[in-house]
Design a protein around this ligand. Sequence first.
Ligand code: 1CP
Length: 381
Amino acid sequence: MTRCRYLLALNFGTIRGMTPSPAVSAAGALAADHPLVDGRTADSPLITAYRGGKPSRRPVWFMRQAGRSLPEYLKVREGIAMLDSCLRPELASEITLQPVRRHDVDAGIFFSDIVIPLKLAGVGVDIVPGVGPVLEKPVRTAADVAALPQLTWEALEPIREAVRLTVAELGRTPLIGFAGAPFTLAAYMVEGKPSRDHLGPRTMMHADPETWNALANWAADASGLFLRAQLEAGASAGQLFDSWAGSLGLGDYSRFVAPASSRALDHVRQLGAPLIHFGTGTSELLVAMRDVGVDVVGVDYRLPLDEANRRLGGTVPLQGNIDPALLAAPWEILEAHVREVIAAGSAAPGHVLNLGHGVPPETDPAVLTRVVQLIHSISPE
Ligand code: 1CP
């Protein structure tokens, strides 16, 4: 089925007349000593479930499992700016490993950020505490887009080094690599900062579609290379985060966004690692998000998994979708909710437990550990 989807995706690209991105021809297969190839992770519960097989235990990991909910994270980050911490390979690796050690989750998610490819390309960007990504100069005109520097493969060396250090420690536990999808990344670039409704990029795609397409393609290639660096260096799966795609209707998504997301994934498809696509508020976009050519669809907390599976015609494994708000509810309420999510997910051809969005920073980490224990205690039937 994965292969079939891959061919479908290629076909989709051809139908839309997309030119293959330059790095596509350069990417080959994963190396013989890659964890997915040398036997370390191919049979892990996570990869088995992503490929629609029967895992030995129910796999679970959490978006934003590394980060401010962990005291050990706050300790190692003391006095170090967020983006600097991502570019110190030993530190990024240590932060990635912290939640795996603590919670016994079934995967590490590489500690980095969706704006790291911008930073490594030479775009002026910072993560302002309490705010999020902020650009020195928003990208709003054709000239702004034309002036964007290209991300090079060499600049990604700190990322590859951090991934190599991490997978050497992880052993049989897979590492998930990730990148921001072009829309979510471009939303920060046009607005210059986080925004609620993403009016700037939504205006641009209609008012100046040529500039929008050039920007979306730039973001696709930057994110695609960033993801490829992680996969080639040892990550066993890749997740494309289109966190803000939910601010788009299906028409705009299909016309102005899906082709760029597909282009981002063109950089990594032939590596053969499972690919996951996640966004929030995307209940109406799930089919279109699958059709950019991914193996797994991540579902946010708004839509029960049995309904998501129905909308997708039972074609792909799902990931999700414990409501992060319930992490702060009394245990009996949280436990009942987790059991409901498992029951709803059993309709799909595979299910990896996760939250419906990231771990809230104020979460008690002991609750996350207990959720993992609960999930692992329920047999994967
Ligand atoms: O100092 C800090 O602790 C800053 C908080 C923080 C962290 C821990 C930011 C700033 N980024 C990260 C790491 C991060 N970002 C990871 C790896 C950690 C993990 O998952 O365990 C990942 C996968 C991301 C991806 C990311 N960054 C997304 C997509 C996922 C999502 O949560 O929707 C997005 C939208 C961003 C932008 C971003 N970076 C940071 C913040 C606070 C934000 C969101 C800002 C906004 O509300 O628009």
